[in-house]
Design a protein around this ligand. Structure first.
Ligand SMILES: [Zn+2]
Length: 473
């Protein structure tokens, strides 16, 4: 059943090559804007597949794109390959055991994310050639999803301007269509400047920047009661102004992450946080400046594309996990709490199914899950191109995001089977759009309905540039 379509056979033929690619990326975890080796691996695979390659997209050296086909509509399939700090872990090992090295790990499964998307794009390329049809397929290798907002910079530079539809996915505990709920988000640094002084001999001459940071945090914490209930604000103090308590701290810096349901709700919330910062500066006779570090938009759904992807999923069936995969998943579930597992079901809107360590069905398209309270830079793409995302079951149900358990399963038979399965889902969705121009028209009409009255405004100020890093020596 998983192979009855030509497009699915074209995915399966590539199995070993793409498991190899995902494993190599897993072995070389690189964090945001530092994915030089991972990008080189993706570029080499694009070359091997015969794609026409564009590098340095939006001036980012770790962003790469491959295109194949001629004329017709342009289908973009988006991949990622950045890792996370502090999540190093032995592959498929169900107890915490970091690998030797710098502590980085693929705790969000982006090694699978990039590999499955490139695999899908390559299968669609061969399908177009075999059927002699017009149409172009592109694989976008997108860096720095984790806190780096690379796709927002790529959107700002027009990288998706001529794209008709975009398709992507994310590793998950379940197989289904992503319900397009994520928060718009921005990170802003507030820097306070006061006046140093001896804290005992002349405290009246000092003006404490650290006091200002503390008062700002108190002010924002009081604001929480009076903001939209699904907005989120968190902060980290980046500079406390020094370690000597007998010196009045002349500088201090706090980083705020501000999230809201959409940009329309985010903008006024940012203004309120700025007012609290100014109030704290006024109270302490310090001065404050702020600098936006990154920003992403909320995800926009697209009903026709979601229905098309769901159709592909129901024809394909759930991922073909076997008894060995389930036995391994059970070992990972043994490291989780019952609440981890319950809340995973709650998030996708399904009833808890006992003794089911791995997803064995498709999440119904009308399941009403709890909204995802994170953010993703796919959001910005969805504001400029009709976009659909799958969730691909690549780990035991209940595995927390950004965890050692997730790193471990991202190089395992579970991750591999889930990756190939979701590549088939994306490739079949692309093929459906290429065969059926009415689907692309409907996707565009749905997109216009959602954006006409409320067009995209890039949340990145024009002077903010991607924080590009040099390759490690
Ligand atoms: Zn992720």
């Amino acid at each position: 059943m998983q192979n009855e379509d030509q497009i699915w056979r074209l995915v399966d033929e590539r199995r070993d090559d793409y498991i190899g690619l995902a494993d190599r990326i897993w072995e070389m975890p690189e964090i945001a804007y530092n994915e030089y080796k991972s990008t080189a691996e993706h570029k080499a695979m694009l070359e091997k597949e015969g794609f026409r390659i564009s590098e340095n997209l939006a001036g980012i050296p770790t962003a790469v794109m491959g295109e194949a086909g001629e004329g017709g509509p342009i289908i973009a399939i988006l991949g990622e390959y950045d890792a996370l700090p502090g999540l190093s872990q032995e592959a498929a090992h169900p107890e915490p055991k970091p690998r030797p090295g710098d502590g980085m790990g693929h705790g969000c499964g982006h090694n699978l994310l990039g590999s499955a998307s490139l695999m899908a794009a390559a299968a669609v390329k061969d399908w177009l050639a075999a059927n002699n049809l017009p149409g172009r397929v592109r694989y976008y290798g997108c860096p720095a999803e984790e806190g780096g907002a690379a796709k927002a910079f790529m959107v700002r530079e027009g990288c998706f301007e001529d794209v008709d539809i975009a398709i992507s996915w994310h590793p998950a505990g379940f197989s289904g269509v992503n319900d397009a709920m994520s928060l718009a988000n921005t990170r802003i640094d507030f820097s306070f400047t006061g006046r140093a002084s001896h804290a005992a001999a002349s405290p009246h001459l000092g003006r404490s920047a650290l006091d200002a940071v503390e008062l700002m945090n108190v002010g924002v914490n009081y604001m929480r009661e009076h903001m939209p209930s699904d907005a989120r604000i968190h902060y980290a103090i980046l500079d406390t102004g020094g370690v000597a308590p007998n010196v009045v701290q002349a500088t201090a810096k706090v980083r705020y992450a501000i999230r809201a349901r959409d940009l329309t709700e985010l903008w006024p919330l940012i203004e309120r946080v700025k007012k609290v910062a100014e109030g704290a500066a006024l109270m302490t006779e310090t001065t404050v400046t702020h600098k936006v570090i990154s920003a992403v938009s909320n995800l926009l759904g697209n009903t026709p594309l979601e229905k098309a992807m769901y159709g592909a999923l129901t024809r394909l069936g759930p991922p073909p996990f076997d008894a060995e995969d389930k036995a391994l998943a059970e070992k990972f579930q043994a490291t989780l709490s019952p609440e981890d597992i319950r809340s995973a079901y709650r998030r996708v809107g399904m009833k808890v199914k006992p003794n089911t360590p791995l997803c064995d069905e498709i999440v119904p398209i009308d399941a009403r899950g709890a909204p995802m309270m994170g953010s993703t830079d796919v959001g910005d793409v969805s504001w400029v191109v009709p976009t659909v995302q799958a969730r691909g079951a690549t780990y035991a149900i209940g595995t927390p995001g950004h965890s050692w358990q997730l790193t471990a399963q991202s190089k395992s038979s579970i991750g591999n089977k889930g990756m190939i399965h979701v590549a088939k889902v994306m490739a079949a969705t692309a093929v459906e759009a290429l065969q059926n121009p009415a689907l692309i028209d409907a996707a565009k009409a749905d997109y216009r309905d959602r954006t006409d009255a409320n067009p995209y405004v890039c949340p990145l100020p024009t002077d903010v540039m991607p924080p590009i890093r040099k390759p490690a020596a």
